[in-house]
Design a protein around this ligand. Sequence first.
Ligand SMILES: O=C(O)C1=C[C@@H](OP(=O)(O)O)[C@@H](O)[C@H](O)C1
Ligand SMILES: C=C(OP(=O)(O)O)C(=O)O
Length: 449
Amino acid sequence: MGDNGDMNNAPAESAAHWSAPTAPAAVRASVRVPGSKSLTNRALVLAALADSPSTLTGTLRSRDTELMIGALRSLGAHISGDGDTVTVAPGPLHGAEIDCGLAGTVMRFVPPVAALASGESVFDGDPAARTRPQSTMLDALRALGVGVDGNALPFRLTGTGRLAGGEIELDSSASSQFVSGLLLAAARFDQGLRIRHVGKGAVPSQPHIDMTLEVLRSVGVDARSPAEGVWEVAPGPIAGHDWVIEPDLSNATPFMAAAAVTGGEVRIPLWPLSTTQAGDAFRDICVQMGADVRWEDVDESAGVATCVVTGPPALGGTTSGLRGTTLDLSAVGELTPTIAALAAVSTGETSLRGIAHLRGHETDRLAALAAEIRGLGGQVDELEDGLRIFPRPLQAGTWHAYADHRMATAGAILGLIVPGVMVDDIASTSKTMPDFTGLWDAMLTGGEK
Ligand SMILES: O=C(O)C1=C[C@@H](OP(=O)(O)O)[C@@H](O)[C@H](O)C1
Ligand SMILES: C=C(OP(=O)(O)O)C(=O)O
């Protein structure tokens, strides 16, 4: 579906296996990571709903953001700019065909926008996206009076040009993105929106909801969480804005992990001193596993610093100097593949809990990580809501990515100290980091790309 350029095509089944490079020595490099997926796609949605044009700088250009641009364009927004500077001029919204690819942010953030459009919109995506949880969003839109046909991708919905809004209850334990998607569009509902989470389980990925509230406030929207599991957005205009997108800190983690597992030192410049990005939590996790993390070149006025990660000396063979740990990752689940890779080459057991919702990510990440670490000779217990990983010497083998960018980068991390790891679909990294292999190679030769 759609015609959004090559980056939107599902990674080819026949893509050549990528031989993950082994680090010839402790990795020493400075790596500039591209813009945040989560911030880019929130900014694009708000810009399309705003009452005047917006500019984004530092925009991530990747499969997920091209899909978002394609979706908003087909609904009526005017979006231009090829590089990381993008301008968005809002236009009257009309029904469209939307390709969600495998992007959770597209499948959960765009339906409320389409509900504000006049006419029918049809949504579909990659085969794997059809199994991702979606009914919470579609039931919420039904409760708001939108005509919806379907409970998962593919589905169609009919917008009437406006939504009354009001109060809804929903179960967002499968993904925080249901709450975020509704809140992002809610200022345009006649009465705004009050959401109450009523599920048995907690809402995961709290920092991502905090990010949603923060971006809404930055465009003049009254958005708040008056109590745990309750969010409110007041009706009102959404202002055009000059967005400066932060680097993607979750995508920085494989590079930081490279320093951690090889006993090297990796610098990530332009790290925001204050941020709602989940990836910020990785600094503390590195420390907990035995790496050193410090700031350099702190620029208080710009609000950024260079984050420097120094790994403990590797122990030889396929064992790093890191130690196992116990973590509840419910708030920062998207970091799990990187952390699981670290755990597989650490000393001591690691327990990762609170992440049952990862079974509805790009793939069932708990099953995928357990299978792939075992495939290299590791030992993993797959739990209902997590993983227990035991250090074992690892060996060469194929690492399957399951079309999942973070599975692919986890395989790359292991390949640094496990000779002979072949990642079957490194092209899946195009979801959020199209030049991953270029950045990885530049890191290994010590240069900056
Ligand atoms: O809102 C967002 O930008 C995201 C929210 C999280 O989703 P879940 O709550 O489904 O984990 C996160 O894992 C995903 O990568 C991005
Ligand atoms: C879960 C993720 O993506 P999505 O936005 O598609 O949910 C992720 O990037 O780890």
